[in-house]
Design a protein around this ligand. Structure first.
Ligand code: PMP
Length: 398
């Protein structure tokens, strides 16, 4: 049956993870994968989640299906967390929320909704963006194109270029934005720049499509990381927001997240909701239940919620400590300035290393990172930082 099927290329990131697993190098380091590690490099299950898991187990709950849109409590809390308690859309009851298969599933679901109901079929995303974005949009039947974002010369944001491109795109274009902790560059607009972006989006009637994979994980502050989403919603725009609980609750493999579509009225919300359910039914029918139960337990249990906030600070604090250590190590050893390492934010550092240097690091030192030189900061730990600094430095002063 399948003799004509050609071998497909490995996924950029999961392919590297596979190569990392197969490496026998004693000091091998996986800087490709974005999943939080503790200071010893071990996977980290949040304490609030461990406690929630026990509480839920003791309740002896059934394993019946959730509805097509997921658990109502999860959707209500996820929307509040995203848009804030005083969101106009929430108080008017005009935000359609469904539980999703984490951030990726939410992006895909939103894309299939656009493909079916929105007149524009192109998603414009920042140049650069997360490697999976364009693949998701294309596999949902949309096209992917870019707007200016990253400025290689400053390792920062080209704000003028971005605003110019947004102004020049056809009115009503779908504009993909990263809510915070831009992946892969770690470069976020300032709050003033977000206001400028919001103004152009509004003038042009663009549709903001906001990917929020790192709320609370970027700065340790849930409200600050949701600034862009809340600003745009309060400015009267109607963002579509994809929310992931993978990073901030450490629920990577539980595939927990939500899709929110802000609409113009409650009646419009009901219509949108009905169509999203029609898209869900033949694809996965209903979302996984365990992660959503854990999230709700953490969000509604005062003690667990408090512990969660503290753990968000621990995780984001450790990333920031590793950024400082990497910058200091490289500046000491290479006699160069590396200010962008601590200026950038979130899980990834866009190091500025070139593809051939990335290849050498992998082949000679078993340090694995994506070919754009993106370093997963969460994979750096007290156990490997010295090795990584030394290998990069050696390469640069060769
Ligand atoms: N968006 C961005 C920008 C991401 O970095 C990620 C995860 N790396 C996701 C979405 C999706 O993650 P998940 O499907 O695990 O929630």
């Amino acid at each position: 049956f399948w003799s004509g099927v050609e071998m497909g290329p490995p996924d950029n990131i999961f392919g590297l993870v596979e190569a990392f697993k197969n490496s026998t190098h004693p000091n091998k380091v996986n800087l490709a994968m974005g999943a939080y590690r503790d200071e010893y490099g071990n996977p980290y299950v949040l304490n609030c989640i461990k406690k929630a898991e026990k509480i839920i187990l003791d309740r002896n709950l059934d394993k019946e299906y959730a509805g097509m849109s997921g658990f109502a409590d999860f959707c209500a809390d996820a929307a509040k967390l995203t848009f804030g308690e005083d969101s106009p859309g929430l108080s008017d009851g005009r935000i359609a929320t469904v539980q999703s298969i984490s951030g990726t599933g939410s992006l895909y679901l939103a894309s299939t909704f656009f493909a079916k109901f929105y007149p524009h079929k192109v998603v414009y995303h920042s140049n650069q963006t997360w490697g999976n974005h364009a693949q998701v949009f294309k596999s949902a039947g949309l096209e992917a194109n870019t707007y200016t974002y990253y400025d290689k010369s400053t390792c920062g944001l080209n704000a003028d270029g971005m605003l110019k491109d947004l102004r020049e795109l056809p009115s009503g274009s779908i504009i993909l934005l990263h809510a915070s902790a831009h992946n892969p560059t770690g470069v976020d607009p300032t709050q003033q720049q977000w206001r400028d972006i919001g103004k152009v989006l509004k003038e042009k009637g663009h549709l903001p499509f906001i990917d929020m994979a790192y709320q609370g994980f970027a700065t340790g502050d849930l409200d600050r990381d949701a600034f862009a989403v809340r600003l745009l919603e309060r400015e009267g725009l109607q963002p579509v927001v994809t929310q992931s609980c993978a990073k901030n609750l450490g629920l990577y493999g539980e595939r927990t997240g939500a899709l929110h579509v802000v609409t113009a009225s409650k009646e419009e919300k009901d219509r949108v909701m009905s169509q999203i359910k029609i898209l869900i039914r033949p694809t996965y029918s209903n979302p996984p239940i365990h992660g959503a139960r854990l999230a709700v337990e953490v969000w509604r249990n005062k003690d667990l919620y408090k512990e969660w906030l503290a753990e968000l600070k621990i995780m984001s604090g450790r990333i920031s400590d590793m950024r400082k250590a990497l910058q200091l190590g490289l500046e000491t050893n290479t006699n160069r300035k590396w200010p962008h390492i601590t200026r950038q934010i979130g899980m990834f550092c866009y190091s500025g290393l070139e593809t051939d240097q990335v290849t050498l690091l992998r082949e000679e030192h078993a340090i694995f990172m994506t070919k754009d030189g993106r370093i997963s900061m969460v994979s750096l730990s007290n156990n490997n930082i010295e090795y990584v600094v030394n290998c990069i430095s050696k390469l640069l002063i060769m």
